[in-house]
Write a protein that binds this ligand. Structure first.
Ligand code: URA
Length: 286
C-alpha cells in the first residue's frame, strides 16, 4: 500500500462522504472486516447484506453506519456492503474513504469486490461477467488519471488468484463468462449509444464496428467504474475483483427494455452468486 504519511499528522480525519471520522472507535466497529463489496446503487447494497443474512439463517445482524446522502454503508459479520454511485469520480471518492477507514480500524488481509450492472457485448442479458482485465476506450489495460496538470497511466490488473477462486465456485458454466471489461466515462456517447440527447458524433456503422472490435479484443461488457476501481486497488495493493451482470446485449441495441421483474432476476443472479462466494470463503462470518 502506498500509504499517505500526511494522514499521520491529521488529528481527526473526517471521512466526509461516509459521515464517519477517525475519532470514532473504528477498530471496535470495523476491525474484523475482510470483504468490502461495492456496487452503484444503495438498494443493491442492502439486498446484498440481506442475502448474506438469509444464508446465516438470520443469525447475523445487519448494521448501517454513517450518513446516507451519498452512500449507504452496511455491515454484516466481517462484510461491508456499500454503494459507490455512478462513474469513476464517484467510486474514487469512496475508495479513498473506505480504504482510510479500514486502515484506521486496523483491518488486514481484506479484499474489495465490485458488483456492477453493465452492457454486455455478444452475451445475453442476465449473464455474469468476471473481469479478467479492465480496459479503457482504446482497449488498453490502464486507467488514465488526470492529476493537476499531469496525466498518469496506472495499470489495472486484477488479482488472478482471486479470479481463479471465484471461477472455482461456478456451478454451471453458462451463468458466468470471463472477459475484459471496458470502463467508460459516460453511459451514452462513451459507450457508443445513438440514443443520447445530442446528435451522435458517429454513425450506426461506426458504432457497430467499434463494438465488434471490442468483442474481438475479448471485451464482454461495458460499465463506468472498472478501470478506476482496478487502478486504485493496484496502487493500494488490495486484492480485488469485478463481477457484473449484463442488462442488455449491446450488439442488439442501446435501450434497456427489460421489465422490473427481469431486472430483479438479473441483479439477484449477481448478488446470489457473490453472496455465496463471500459466505463460503469467510470462516469468521459464521
Ligand atoms: N451500465 C452501463 O454502464 N452500461 C449499460 O449498458 C448498462 C449498465
Amino acid at each position: 500500500m502506498h500509504r499517505n504519511k500526511i494522514l499521520e499528522d491529521i488529528e481527526v480525519d473526517y471521512l466526509y462522504h461516509l459521515g464517519l471520522d477517525s475519532s470514532m472507535n473504528l477498530k471496535a466497529l470495523f476491525g474484523n472486516v475482510k470483504f468490502v463489496c461495492m456496487g452503484g446503487s444503495p438498494d443493491r447494497a442492502y439486498e446484498f447484506v440481506k442475502k448474506i443474512q438469509e444464508r446465516s439463517d438470520k443469525t447475523l445482524i445487519i448494521e448501517q453506519f454513517g450518513k446516507t446522502e451519498r452512500t449507504s454503508l452496511y455491515k454484516i459479520g466481517n462484510v461491508i456492503s456499500m454503494s459507490h454511485g455512478m462513474g469513476m469520480p464517484s467510486i474514487l471518492i469512496f475508495l479513498h474513504e473506505i480504504t482510510k477507514l479500514l486502515e484506521y480500524a486496523g483491518c488486514i488481509d481484506y479484499i474489495f469486490l465490485r458488483l456492477g450492472t453493465s452492457g454486455g457485448i455478444g452475451i445475453e442479458p442476465g449473464t455474469l461477467v468476471l473481469t479478467t482485465e479492465a480496459v479503457n476506450s482504446n482497449f488498453k489495460a490502464v486507467f488514465d488519471h488526470q492529476v493537476l496538470d499531469k496525466t498518469y497511466s496506472f495499470p489495472t490488473n486484477l488479482d488472478s488468484k482471486l479470479i481463479a477462486r471465484i471461477q472455482s465456485c461456478v456451478k454451471t458454466t453458462s451463468r458466468l463468462v470471463l472477459g475484459k471489461t471496458l470502463g467508460t466515462d459516460d453511459f451514452y456517447e462513451g459507450q457508443g449509444r445513438l440514443d443520447g440527447a445530442l446528435a451522435p458524433l458517429y454513425t450506426d456503422i461506426e458504432k457497430h464496428d467499434y463494438l465488434q472490435r471490442a468483442f474481438m479484443m475479448g471485451v464482454r461488457n461495458i460499465e463506468m467504474e472498472s478501470t478506476a476501481f482496478a487502478a486504485f486497488c493496484v496502487r493500494a495493493d488490495i486484492p480485488s475483483v469485478i463481477i457484473c451482470v449484463a442488462l442488455i446485449n449491446r450488439l442488439n441495441g442501446d435501450q434497456i427494455t427489460s421489465t422490473k421483474e427481469e431486472m430483479k432476476h438479473y441483479t439477484d443472479n449477481l448478488l446470489d452468486f457473490v453472496a455465496g462466494f463471500v459466505y463460503d470463503q469467510s470462516d469468521c462470518i459464521k
